[in-house]
Design a protein around this ligand. Structure first.
Ligand code: NOJ
Length: 929
């Protein structure tokens, strides 16, 4: 090819791929990010920095926190006063907060305080309840404050008053420090005229302080001028850091300092995102974690403004430096420390809350596409699942079920009688999810109401904000306005008169486009100088908006009934923030039907799981485009492991429901979906555990094997919660084999496609094995030491499985033991909160297998009566072939099946609501007679 043609082709190709980059600011194009990076370079090069110090005479212990004044010293020697707090919160969480007194700053119609409500929005419950008394823990010296904490006083936080460096020690070794690189930067308030005296000329840049020079952002009024907050946090003796979703990137975060793209946290509607990128996406959770074999750390940067995070790694001594840069708000930081990665989830969850226990149906398979055209289409899809004997729970309707994209209406031609359709779905135990977005088309009842009562987002002139989204010109509900809640409640009421929901119980909600997406807005979102309730600028709380929207919906849905029997709401949100897990599930947005998006879906979902947002998944099949039959099959085989398992497709893509590709693909897809259903007890139990301690449902290997640093960057393999199932999905085209990493020396029993086998991989040291695969193969293993619970009958939906018997798979470890857990409740209501649940703890040791049942009340015990364990499969018990079963004072011999080296107890008929015991033994002559 001629060189010019090659160049032209390459440019075209690059352009085609870089089509949307121009919409989003990288660090160099963003005033506050670029200024802070400039500052970092100047500090590094000159060894000088802007002085900050805490005035020791100002320190006071007030309501369990230390309050003081921190000073920033300007070049003119003038001091800027910054109120400062230092405290200890529940769960061994140290908090440090820096604010600015802007009470003298007055700008008409604008709240001029720094936004300090992010923490309250993140916290589950009142902030005041989170503090731990500092009595006998704190020592205030002349130059430093020391807090010693932890059950064994193993942690120590030392704040140097002269440098504002905070170092946290574990057993006297420094693990993490704040501001040790002296990158703390607090751009205090000044007017454009005063600016010259307020800038350290050699250290600071003035780029875009009062004006925004970027594309569609040029009309940003920036009425408060520069107000960024930034600081460095160094993880000492760590190689890997994780978290800060949402990015289409690896689990272990990459170095960014030489790129224009630090990890950016700014919720946006990113069209056709890249499969490997640090660009902003729909949601953000400002939590970063780090793990080494001795200790784990979590950092939560409680700021909801546009934020960039640079990551830089050093090898001698080994450390990871993160540089956090936010456009506005207060600096409010939590540093959490614990002995394992799981402790960090638990401890941060004491502040942020854990995932809400989902209804069981929502862990089943969700069938979605944009768009199922009408009632007939919906019911036809519904019956095809039965025809092909594929279980599913929920069918979804995308934006066009509405009358011309006016939410809270149904299109009268396509859906003339929604209640009839919902009833028909209900007959087979199925549900429907419908989409409700936060924007409302102009000139209909709802937008008129929002405008008239002033409960919409406002522009900087305090008029209702009007811009474009799906329906054309629209207004946006301000979900931070308490009066919006009342109106939203009314719209969601369950009653005969409610035209959208009626009294149906099987209709649930999808809150989409909630970043918010504004088609003609800067960077596809709302203008940063918009106003919310309280006259807060959108700039300061942008990343919270999606969360506040799905919470608005949640609050309305829980009001539908007033007792325990009400259903736990199911809401899918596209935009999220720290704390979203309490009320919604999420997914990774508009991916593409390409292999690389299948691959990236795994680290993306693992990352969300690692920061307490486990109810997540990716569009199975890929949203844009048409997957090949092979890709579609592999995507289902991977998708069954996403905690949230939904197929979805764009309007322009071809139909691809499981039966569409035909054989052998349809059978493989069916097998995969059926496997998901048989594992629902394990998924539900994992969610129960996560709802009490934050443990990931899709669990990275560094949780199971924190002692083995070789697993720290593995992000194509994972465990299902604490079930012991380890999976390595096939994500390469035409794969003939996969490499599976075996992280320890326990037996890993072959469980390919969900069938227990006696063969186990037993390595003398951790390492990689090769496993051959064909198109039907889902490589998976059950780790010795676990007891897995499953239900094997095919049913049309999860609701119909309720009374089905259980099958226990006992996988013995090297010492002949195993443990497992099963959580059971009514699968849909909040009654479990008042005791209507049961937990079975299973244990195998020395040829005895036991089930001990804790039932929270008699109601559940009665409900579970008659539900039995019909089979127990034992892996690794080579020398036994008889079993005596006992329950309720009765004893009987179990029928035994020994095939292919597996021991099966067939039909032991053990009720799951009472304790039981099985004694395995070698058969005697007497047994055989
Ligand atoms: C954007 C969502 O990401 C996508 O899943 C949905 O189909 C479209 N909005 C249309 O509502």
């Amino acid at each position: 090819m001629h060189l010019n043609i090659v160049v032209a082709f390459c440019c075209f190709w690059l352009q085609a791929w870089a089509a949307k980059d121009y919409l989003f600011k990288n660090c160099d194009q963003s005033g506050f990010c670029s200024r802070n990076r400039h500052y970092r370079r100047q500090v590094e090069n000159s060894g000088r920095h802007i002085p900050y110090f805490v005035d020791p005479s100002s320190i006071e212990l007030k309501n369990d926190k230390l309050e003081a004044t921190l000073y920033k010293k300007l070049e003119s020697n003038e001091l800027v006063k910054l109120p400062f707090e230092f405290s200890l919160l529940k769960g061994d969480n140290v908090r440090l907060k820096i604010d600015e007194d802007r009470s003298k700053v007055r700008i008409k119609g604008l709240n001029t305080k720094r936004y300090d409500e992010t923490a309250q929005a993140i916290f589950d419950g009142p902030e005041e309840d989170k503090y731990v008394s500092l009595k006998e823990k704190v020592d205030i010296g002349k130059d430093s404050i020391t807090i010693v904490y932890g059950a064994d006083k193993q942690f120590k936080a030392v704040l140097d008053l002269n440098s504002v460096v905070l170092t946290i020690y574990y057993q006297d070794h420094p693990q993490v420090s704040f501001n040790s690189k002296q990158l703390l930067n607090f751009e205090h308030f000044r007017s454009e005229e005063e600016n010259v005296q307020n800038v350290h000329s050699e250290l600071e840049s003035t780029f875009d302080m009062f004006h925004d020079s970027f594309a569609d952002s040029k009309d940003d009024s920036l009425r408060l001028g520069p107000e960024s907050v930034a600081a460095d946090i160094v993880f000492h003796n760590f190689d890997h850091v994780y978290g800060i979703p949402e990015h289409a990137d690896s689990l272990s975060l990459k170095e960014t300092t030489d790129s224009s793209w630090p990890y950016r946290l700014y919720n946006v509607d990113i069209f056709e995102y890249y499969s490997e990128s640090r660009m902003p996406m729909y949601g953000s959770i400002p939590i970063m974690t780090a793990t080494n074999p001795t200790v784990s750390v979590g950092v939560m940067w409680m700021n909801s403004a546009d934020t960039y995070v640079d990551v830089n790694k050093a090898s001698k001594p080994k450390s990871v430096t993160s540089h956090w840069i936010s456009e506005a708000g207060v600096l409010d930081l939590i540093i959490s420390m614990g002995e394992s990665p799981a402790t960090i989830n638990k401890n941060l969850g004491l502040l942020t809350g854990y995932v809400q226990l989902p209804q069981l149906f929502s862990l089943g398979y969700h069938q979605c596409r944009w768009m199922y055209n009408d009632e007939e289409d919906v019911l036809d899809i519904n019956s095809k699942f039965d025809k092909y004997e594929i279980p599913y729970d929920t069918i979804w309707l995308d934006v066009d079920y509405t009358d011309t994209r006016k939410y809270f209406t149904w299109d009268p031609d396509s859906f003339p009688d929604p209640q009839r359709m919902l009833r028909k779905l209900d007959h087979t135990g199925r549900n429907m999810v419908i989409l409700i977005d936060p924007h409302f088309k102009l000139d209909y009842e709802i937008s008129d109401h929002i405008d008239k009562y002033g409960i919409g987002q406002k522009n900087s002139r305090n008029e209702t904000y009007k811009h474009h989204c799906w329906p054309g010109e629209s207004v946006w509900i301000d979900s931070l306005n308490p009066s919006a809640q009342e109106y939203w409640d009314k719209l969601h009421e369950s009653s005969k008169d409610n035209a959208v929901f009626g009294e149906a119980q099987n209709v649930h909600i999808w809150n989409d486009m909630s970043e918010p997406s504004v088609f003609d807005g800067p960077e596809t979102s709302a203008h940063k100088d918009n106003l919310h309730y309280g006259n807060w600028e959108h700039r300061s709380l942008h990343n919270l908006v999606g969360k506040s929207f799905h919470e608005l919906t949640y609050n309305s849905l829980v009001k539908r009934a007033s007792n325990d029997q009400r259903q736990r709401p199911f809401i899918l949100t596209r935009s999220f923030f720290a704390g979203s897990q309490r009320t919604a599930a999420t997914w990774t947005g508009d991916n593409m039907a390409k292999w690389e998006y299948l691959r990236t879906s795994i680290p993306m979902t693992l990352t969300l799981n690692a920061v307490n947002m486990p109810f997540a998944g990716a569009d199975v099949g890929g949203f844009f485009g048409d997957p090949s039959k092979e890709l579609l099959t592999r995507w289902y085989q991977t998708g069954i492991w996403y905690p949230f398992f939904r197929a979805h497709a764009h309007l322009d893509s071809r139909r691809r429901e499981p039966w569409v590709p035909g054989e052998p693909f349809t059978s493989y897809i069916k097998d995969a979906i059926r496997l998901r259903y048989s594992l629902l007890p394990a998924f539900y139990t994992s969610f129960y555990e996560s709802s009490t301690d934050g443990s990931p449902v899709m669990k990275p290997l560094y949780y199971s094997n924190p002692e083995n640093e070789d697993v720290y960057a593995i992000d194509d393999q994972f465990f299902l919660g604490n079930s012991g199932l380890m999976v390595k999905p096939v994500t390469e085209q035409n794969a003939r084999y996969v490499e599976v990493y075996i992280p320890d020396t326990e037996p890993y029993y072959e469980f390919t496609d969900g069938f227990p086998q006696a063969d186990a991989i037993r390595l003398s040291s951790p390492g990689t094995i090769k496993k051959s695969v064909d198109l039907g193969t889902i490589p998976m293993y059950l780790k010795g030491g676990h007891i897995l619970t499953r239900k094997d009958r095919y049913r049309r939906s999860s609701r119909l499985m309720r009374h089905d018997p259980y099958h226990l798979v006992v996988a013995l470890d090297n010492s002949g033991s195993a443990q497992g857990l099963l959580y059971v409740d009514d699968e849909e209501s909040f009654a479990y909160r008042s005791g209507n649940f049961a937990i079975s703890a299973f244990e195998a040791t020395g040829n005895t297998i036991k089930g001990a049942v804790f039932a929270g009340n008699d109601v559940i015990r009665k409900e579970l009566d008659g539900i039995v364990i019909e089979k127990i499969t034992v892996l690794g018990a080579d020398d036994v072939n008889a079993a005596e079963v006992s329950q309720d004072g009765k004893k009987w011999e179990a029928a035994i099946n020994r095939k292919d080296g597996i021991l099966e107890l067939v039909g032991p008929k053990l009720s799951i609501n009472k304790d039981w015991e099985v004694k395995l033994r070698k058969s005697t002559r007497h047994d055989e007679l």
